[in-house]
Design a protein around this ligand. Structure first.
Ligand code: FAD
Ligand code: GLY
Length: 395
């Protein structure tokens, strides 16, 4: 059911937000046999999840083998099965492309940074290959003659994030998830350290558990002040999530322009199967402003041209901007609110929400369905992402 008017019975789980994260969590819970309602204030997948480049690239930017790197690599490794299941369940291909990613070095500093990355990743057993500038151009003729060397990450992939949204909506519905679009959550009713329900523009919704997956808007989804009258410390400590704008340009080629995702430390070009090329992206803190600006477009164009000068000869067919959800540490916030028992957060995925969707779904579903502990995820490791590590009280 999409766009149901009335919330009749109490669900096992209510998920707030229909981006890639809310949809992946709702689908996974539905697969496990729970009754799930998802509420989205507009259309599903219309915000950051629509704007993304679809790179599944934990390795290109990683400078240390920390908890985040492990989370990102584990999620990337889930993708072939995730994409296969979505295809079987819905007939929608998410166009998982495993050609790989080139990180191009154009300056001495770029080379230095890349060399550090290659060394520690190879020593730790991760796949990465060094190419000369010439080898990079042999592999991808559109790459700039100014490229001095490159790293090839054969396991940093890409997916079509818009197809992914369509597949997730269809799959979630197959698992009987009720998706309510054009339904905005106005606030949580919290009593005695428990969310009793959520108020929406279409009435009150009750559930045993609540998952906040509101992307860049997650910090605005709070307890209603009047529901907290009895005990002020009932108020959940809401993680601080801020919007970070990313502007993108989209070009169309008449033939294959590149097969790998092409990146520099300043920008990237993602080649799609239909010969569109997505060039990104700005990283701007400008509040909830999703506009595309002349300054932003020039920045993206300059960085795309540095990677592949001939891109300027292609037709510019589209442009857009989206708001990445960034937590205080830039790591995602995954887990139970520390003082409200049945409230969970799945947010703050910043630049990697498409990549992190499958593992986020499994972590949140395990927290809800396996109260005695997850066999897959180490409790101590999960603490690196827990909301309780942040102490940002609701104003
Ligand atoms: P969103 O997709 O923003 O979804 C949140 C949803 O919650 C929205 O639909 C919103 O309407 C809804 N909502 C909010 N408040 C309420 C409310 N009160 N009631 C009901 N609904 C509500 N990631 C990658 O892994 N690879 C990439 O290559 C990549 N490239 C990117 C490029 C750009 C330009 C941008 C902007 C992002 C990129 N990202 C990438 C990051 C990725 O897009 C995000 O991390 C991810 O989409 C976040 O998903 P989400 O579901 O948390 O948020
Ligand atoms: N991960 C790409 C971006 O956020 O622009």
């Amino acid at each position: 059911m999409r766009n149901g008017e009335v919330f009749s019975n109490r669900a096992d789980v209510a998920v707030v937000g229909g981006g890639v994260i809310g949809l992946s969590v709702a689908r996974e819970l539905g697969r496990r046999g729970l009754s799930v309602r998802l509420v989205e204030r507009n259309r599903c997948g219309g915000e950051a999840s629509f704007a993304a480049g679809g790179m599944l690239a934990p390795q290109i930017e990683a400078d240390a083998r920390d908890a985040f790197f492990e989370l990102a690599c584990r999620s990337r490794d889930l993708y072939p099965a995730f994409a296969g299941e979505l295809l079987d369940e819905t007939g929608v291909s998410v166009e998982l492309d495993c050609t790989g990613t080139l990180l191009l070095a154009l300056t001495e500093e770029d080379e230095h940074e890349a060399e550090h990355r290659r060394r520690w990743q190879q020593a730790a057993g991760f796949e990465v290959e060094r190419l000369t500038g010439e080898e990079a151009r042999e592999l991808e003729p559109s790459v700039s003659p100014r490229v001095r060397s490159a790293l090839r990450f054969g396991r940093d992939w890409q997916v079509d994030n818009r197809q992914l949204i369509s597949a997730l909506v269809a799959s979630a519905q197959k698992y009987n998830v009720s998706i309510h679009e054009h339904t905005e959550v106005l606030g949580l009713r919290v009593e005695h350290h428990c969310v009793r329900g959520i108020e929406t523009t279409r009435g009150n919704l009750q559930a045993a558990n609540f998952v906040i997956a509101g992307g860049a808007w997650s910090s605005l989804i709070r307890a209603k002040a009047d529901s907290l009258a009895e005990a002020t410390d009932d108020s959940p400590l809401t993680p601080l999530i801020q919007p970070v704008r990313g502007q993108m340009l989209c070009f169309k080629s008449e033939e294959v322009f590149a097969r790998h995702v092409l990146c520099s430390p300043r920008g990237y070009i993602v080649p799609r199967r239909d010969w569109r090329l997505l060039a990104g992206a700005t990283v701007e803190q400008v509040g909830f402003d999703r506009s595309v600006t002349d300054v932003g477009k020039r920045f993206v164009m300059r960085n795309a041209e540095e990677i592949a000068p001939s891109i300027t000869r292609l037709s510019l067919v589209d442009e857009w901007a989206g708001l990445r959800p960034r937590g205080e540490s830039a790591w995602p916030v995954l887990g139970r609110a520390n003082n409200v028992d049945n409230l969970l957060y799945a947010t703050g995925h910043f630049r990697n929400g498409i990549l992190l969707a499958p593992i986020t779904a499994r972590i949140i579903a395990d927290l809800i369905t396996r109260r005695d502990g997850s066999p897959e995820f180490d409790h101590e490791w999960l603490k690196a992402f827990a909301p309780e590590r942040l102490h940002t009280a609701v104003a």
